[in-house]
Design a protein around this ligand. Structure first.
Ligand code: SAM
Length: 288
């Protein structure tokens, strides 16, 4: 079989099995198996697959039909223009979280002192996508990245080394803000926020393969956010702020929650491309 036929056949099989974006996924999986970029697949369409490659292709297509996310099959994914290793015990970074990074970078440039010195804590860092993106965009920032999952932190460490920020990002194991030994100027967090009643309605890719500790936010989805807000006093410098990613329809509840802990806080929401209020910025000490 040659690449052109392999691509057609893989796309048809995935499409027939109801896998979303079948053609793009087929390109990704075939490129992974033959070690070629998407462009190379099209510049050498008549290249033959070896029998080992053909067998490997069948096995990765079957995994995708079984709804394993492509990022786990490939072992990596792109976020904020950066390639990150991911494994089964790490959440796969989502495109909508790039809004949190973008907002954090803009805000950090405003509040940093001197040459850009700022201390940032990324809570629930997973594979380190947010923390590492911030470290690369803000070379004078010190970034502390916490997670309760030791295996996720091992992947974050691999990613820090790959991107040369091991000295700039300090990885800390523990519950939310607890492992932070010093105060910071900014806290970013994409914590689990899926309501218990919504967990069964997630896509099979997420429900069956991504770690539930990265998803489950309790009855109203806000358990981890609530717990973190309780921990903020004593962890945030005067004039500091928090940036949180939230789920669709959570803005109102999150506003009341924030007001219950910080009645004077300045609260501002930023919507994603789908118009969903996705990122909330909280300056605890300032009035709106
Ligand atoms: C939705 S994932 C986000 C991962 C990553 N920040 C991203 O945006 O791709 C939530 C992360 O929070 C971590 N987490 C869950 N409960 C936690 C807790 N109590 N303390 C610290 N991290 C926690 C999970 O292990 C997971 O890595």
């Amino acid at each position: 079989m040659i690449l052109r036929q392999a691509l057609q056949s893989a796309a048809q099989t995935l499409c027939g099995a109801g896998v979303p974006d079948a053609f793009i996924e087929a390109e990704l999986l075939l490129g992974h198996v033959v070690g070629m970029s998407r462009t190379q697949l099209y510049t050498e369409p008549d290249r033959s697959l070896t029998s080992v490659e053909t067998e490997h292709l069948h096995s990765v297509i079957q995994r995708r039909i079984d709804r394993e996310p492509a990022a786990y099959i490939l072992g990596h994914c792109e976020f904020y223009g950066i390639d990150f290793c991911v494994e089964h015990h790490t959440f796969i970074p989502r495109p909508e979280t790039e809004l949190l990074v973008e907002t954090a970078v803009k805000l950090a440039r405003r509040i940093a002192t001197g040459e850009g010195q700022i201390a940032i804590a990324d809570i629930g860092t997973g594979c380190g996508a947010i923390a590492i993106s911030l470290a690369l965009a803000l070379p004078h920032a010190k970034v502390y990245a916490t997670d309760v999952s030791a295996s996720a932190l091992r992947v974050a460490e691999t990613n820090c080394r790959r991107h040369g920020v091991r000295g700039q990002v300090e990885l800390l194991l523990g519950n939310l803000l607890e492992p932070l030994a010093q105060t910071v100027d900014m806290i970013s967090a994409n914590l689990p926020y899926v309501k218990s009643s919504d967990l069964n309605h997630l896509s099979p890719e997420t429900r069956c393969f991504e770690p539930s500790i990265a998803l489950a936010g309790g009855q109203d989805g806000l358990d981890r956010i609530r717990e973190m807000l309780e921990q903020v006093p004593g962890k945030l410098n005067q004039g500091g702020c928090l940036l949180l990613e939230i789920g669709q329809g959570q803005a109102e509840m999150v506003t009341s929650l924030i007001r219950s802990y910080f009645p004077q806080a300045w609260i501002e929401f930023t919507s994603d491309l789908g118009g969903i209020e996705r990122v909330v910025q909280i300056s605890p000490a300032e009035s709106a």
